[in-house]
Ligand binder design. Structure first.
Ligand SMILES: Nc1ncnc2c1ncn2[C@@H]1O[C@H](COP(=O)(O)OP(=O)(O)OP(=O)(O)O)[C@@H](O)[C@H]1O
Ligand SMILES: [Mg+2]
Length: 238
């Protein structure tokens, strides 16, 4: 379970997040929606300790990660799959090496097991046979899928995806969204996704949270959002 309590964050006097309170239950998929620049990525980075709040706390399985040392945070991050908005593949590693990297860092699997795992995940994301390619040789959408493969390869208990479908065509967006839902269901992982992609979010989320001017304007299930009278929600999902 993830709990965000009274979280505030400013940069150089500019308030980005204001009194954010959120709970994500074990195995739940929560999607944070909101316009560009409202602080979705900033919020997600707090869930893995890449940013520290000015006030408030972030509890992961009842441990306040805002008080952890860098060493403790490194331990915590082994249990968290994180897809960065920019993809953030290692340019000097090919696809195989990029996806295998978390396995090599954090597990004692032998070479053959690693190979099989990487191949099976490439099949899952529909990119078989590109092991030898380097990030510079991939399209934006392919990079995104490889980064997602890397984020899910450790079968983490927590999965955080920052804009997993941005830059993808509608069919791919749908596939990637379904893949995230399937992975989350299969591994029963607690999942937080940020997105602009209303249709796919409504399709795969257990609950949605709408971020508006640094505050949570609404939280609810997809059907609650669709039936909502909240002006922000109506405007955003119409
Ligand atoms: N490290 C930082 N230093 C200073 N300002 C930052 C930093 N990170 C984010 N910001 C600011 O915080 C605000 C929210 O940024 P954020 O990246 O969270 O938006 P977002 O909702 O993810 O937008 P998008 O949908 O475009 O990805 C922006 O005004 C941004 O300039
Ligand atoms: Mg963002």
């Amino acid at each position: 379970m993830i709990q965000v309590q009274h979280l505030h964050k400013s940069f150089n006097g500019q308030q980005v997040l204001e009194d954010i309170n959120l709970q994500v239950k074990k195995g739940e998929i929560l999607i944070v929606l909101g316009e560009s620049g409202t602080g979705k990525s900033v919020l997600l980075k707090h869930l893995i300790g890449l940013l520290k709040p000015d006030q408030g706390s972030v509890l992961i399985e009842a441990r306040d990660i805002t008080r952890m040392s860098e060493r403790e945070l490194l331990g915590l991050r082994k249990d968290i799959g994180y897809l960065f908005q920019e993809g953030a593949l290692y340019d000097f590693m090919n696809v195989f090496e990029n996806i295998a990297f978390p396995l090599r860092e954090h597990t004692a699997f032998d070479w053959k097991t690693i190979r099989e795992k990487v191949q099976s995940i490439l099949r899952l994301i529909g990119l078989e046979g590109i092991e030898e390619k380097y990030p510079a040789e991939l399209s934006g959408g392919m990079k995104k899928r490889v980064a997602l493969a890397r984020a899910i390869i450790l079968d983490s208990r927590i999965l955080l995806c920052d804009e997993p479908t941005s830059g993808l065509d509608p069919l791919r967006s749908r596939d990637i969204s379904a893949l995230i839902r399937d992975v989350a269901r299969k591994l029963h992982c607690t999942t937080v996704v940020t997105s602009h992609d209303i249709q796919n979010s409504l399709r795969i989320a257990d609950r949605l949270a709408l971020l508006q001017n640094g505050r949570i304007a609404a939280v609810g299930t997809p059907s609650e959002f669709e039936a909502s009278n909240n002006v922000f929600v109506k405007e955003f999902i119409s």
